[in-house]
Design a protein. Structure first.
Length: 294
């Protein structure tokens, strides 16, 4: 989910999962993926919890690297031990007064705050920490947001409100969520008469992840991956459509036809995105872990 919350000259991507900023905290467990750009900061976390988080981040980063390449810049992942700490961190960073139970993370291009998965059962809703695949894809979704923010060049992609459908769609698609938890949802929306007639309506309602993820897959498959990567640099909907050479009406019509002809299923079968984490361990890079203060 993408929300913008402007505080001074900054905004944030408020999501159901991830981001981070470097933290200097006495006693913090700190590890860094090498040669990756991700730094994990988990104050008070047990060695077992840190190892689990490292494994999740390694898998998620590997998937993102395979789809988009490495992060251009660094990102730190700060893990908060409870809801109160999580809310306080977001309030201090972005002025967010309160967090809802479904909020387990928040991200911008260099910041990643995560509510510790070990307390999701007591301090969150709509998320199951025991679901390894769902947890890792959620983290991958947020790393795609971080990557998008870093390559876009704007001060804050959270302020590009007419691109919400594209920002969330790319993250849903390239994290594999379109091919797993949201598989078939775009076709269902179209057949139920719930598909959007305007791109400004795509990122809304119960089908929003499936619909926007499918639109990103349509760009990737109907054009190609370089076209999808190029669109990451766009700062407006007009710019994305201009790169594709289509009007908004033509894009939506083409997307509908593509979905009804099995486009989503073809995209998922032709890629690694729908495979479970255990099905492609060879694609996961195991980075040596270092430690130190951020």
């Amino acid at each position: 989910m993408l929300l913008t919350n402007r505080v001074g000259s900054r905004s944030m991507l408020l999501v159901a999962a991830i981001a981070g900023t470097a933290l200097t905290s006495p006693g913090a467990a700190v590890s860094q993926h090498r040669p990756s750009a991700i730094r994990l900061v988990a104050p008070g976390a047990s060695a077992e919890a840190v190892a689990a988080l490292e494994a999740d981040l390694t898998w998620a980063e590997s998937l993102m690297r395979a789809e988009l390449g490495p992060l251009p810049d660094t990102v730190a992942v700060r893990v908060l031990p409870d809801r109160e700490s999580f809310t306080r961190a977001l309030r201090e960073a972005w002025g967010i007064p309160e967090t809802q139970c479904w909020m387990v993370g928040a991200a911008d291009d260099h910041a990643f705050y995560l509510l510790a998965p070990g307390v999701w059962a007591s301090d969150a809703c709509e998320h199951d920490a025991a679901d390894e695949e769902g947890r890792r894809r959620l983290i991958a979704h947020e790393l795609v947001h971080v990557h998008h923010g870093q390559v876009n060049g704007s001060d804050d992609i959270g302020l590009l409100e007419d691109l919400g459908w594209f920002i969330e769609g790319v993250a849903t698609y390239l994290s594999g969520q379109l091919c797993t938890s949201h598989r078939g949802r775009a076709e269902e929306a179209i057949r139920q008469g719930r598909a959007p007639d305007a791109l400004s309506d795509a990122w809304s309602g119960p089908y929003r992840y499936g619909v926007t993820g499918s639109m990103a897959a349509y760009i990737d498959r109907h054009w190609d991956r370089p076209a999808l990567r190029d669109a990451l640099g766009a700062r407006s909907q007009v710019e994305v459509l201009g790169q594709l050479g289509l009007s908004e009406t033509a894009f939506i019509a083409g997307w509908r036809e593509w979905v009804l002809n099995g486009g989503d299923e073809t995209a998922c079968r032709a890629s690694r995105l729908g495979r479970r984490p255990a099905d492609h361990p060879d694609g996961v890079e195991r980075h040596a872990m270092g430690s130190g203060r951020p």
